[in-house]
Design a protein around this ligand. Structure first.
Ligand SMILES: [Zn+2]
Length: 132
């Protein structure tokens, strides 16, 4: 997982060195949809991003379940990481439920799959397959 903040972004700095700046797709939090320009941190993983506020939400869930919040994984032992898997999955499922709730509300309002997919930077078809 990599961190990206709009003030210190490696890709943006690298792009700044060349004369032609390739258009980089703006990132959004996969869970709340907030844009990278309005969050202070955006963590990126394979096909998913999460903002600082949603990580805070995860940490609240983990703490409520008596599990230590997210820490630097390199500082944790194998046993500590193994012990955290269940509650981490629970936190991820809670965030997934939050996302589904928002998509359900949009669908109730008859917002198109194309619009929902666009907001999530995925295709209409991918949005439909993921949430319907
Ligand atoms: Zn978020």
């Amino acid at each position: 997982m990599a961190t990206r903040s709009h003030s210190a972004d490696g890709a943006a700095r690298q792009a700044g060195r060349s004369s032609r700046k390739p258009a980089r797709r703006k990132l959004r939090c996969s869970f709340c949809g907030r844009h990278e320009e309005v969050v202070s941190k955006l963590l990126t993983g394979p096909r998913v991003t999460i903002c600082d506020r949603c990580v805070g939400h995860c940490n609240d869930i983990l703490e409520a379940e008596g599990t230590a919040p997210f820490a630097d994984l390199r500082e944790l032992s194998d046993a500590e990481i193994l012990a955290s898997l269940k509650s981490t999955r629970a936190a991820a499922e809670s965030l997934q439920a939050l996302l589904c709730e928002r998509v359900d509300e949009l669908r109730r309002r008859e917002v198109s799959w194309a619009s929902i997919g666009g907001a999530l930077d995925i295709s209409r078809q991918a949005a439909w397959e993921r949430f319907s």
